[in-house]
Ligand binder design. Sequence first.
Ligand code: SAM
Length: 225
Amino acid sequence: MMGDCNGQDKRDFTSSELGTKEYWDEVYKLELENYNESKDIGEIWFGENCQASVIRWIKNCEKIKKDSAIVDLGCGNGALLIELARQGFSCLTGFDYSENAITFAKTISAEENFNNIIFEVGDILNEESCLAFNQKYQVCHDKGTYDAISLMSDNFKPLQMSYIKVVKKILNEGGFFIITSCNWTKDQLLEQFSNDFHFNEVIPTSTFQFGGSTGSKYTTLVLIK
Ligand SMILES: C[S@@+](CC[C@H](N)C(=O)[O-])C[C@H]1O[C@@H](n2cnc3c(N)ncnc32)[C@H](O)[C@@H]1O
């Protein structure tokens, strides 16, 4: 799981600093400083293969057009959206509750001349916190954000409900919710989301390296509203 990456079946992890905004603010502050020196965009969560698999799936999906609205929930450095822009997608939005993440994402996208991606500060657990929550999207994408939220508190249920409420609100009827997690198994994710979304498919996964440990697993699911 994120934090120790064992991928167990039950929730046997507890809240941790990865569930705090302070942690992510510090991560992205350091990554921005590093980027300004070396142009290194920092961590691609779950690795480049994971990001590439999701982008391939989006490109191959007949119900997603190049101008379909796509939002990245907790976009971090914005790498996935910048890659989608590079591949011709034109209606892209990312939000993150870390102001430093948004500054970082805006810096990279400006440097690469992708100035039409909307990046906003917003907390997915607070539906009033972001203009992006007033729009509808054909795709809601989450890579590692639900995982981070699940580390906020051992009393996860209310957080889960707030998260689902916003995703349901902003996703089109028939739209795609693509989620990658290393804290929850496929079955756990299906159990948590099955009241509100139906299962479409699993995007095939591979192993990735995290914190020096190899062989860790993640799951990428496509769900439909
Ligand atoms: C593991 S990182 C993944 C970042 C990005 N999705 C990626 O794949 O590179 C988790 C991200 O979730 C963001 N995050 C955590 N809780 C959030 C919340 N309640 N609302 C919005 N973003 C949140 C963090 O700031 C961080 O950028």
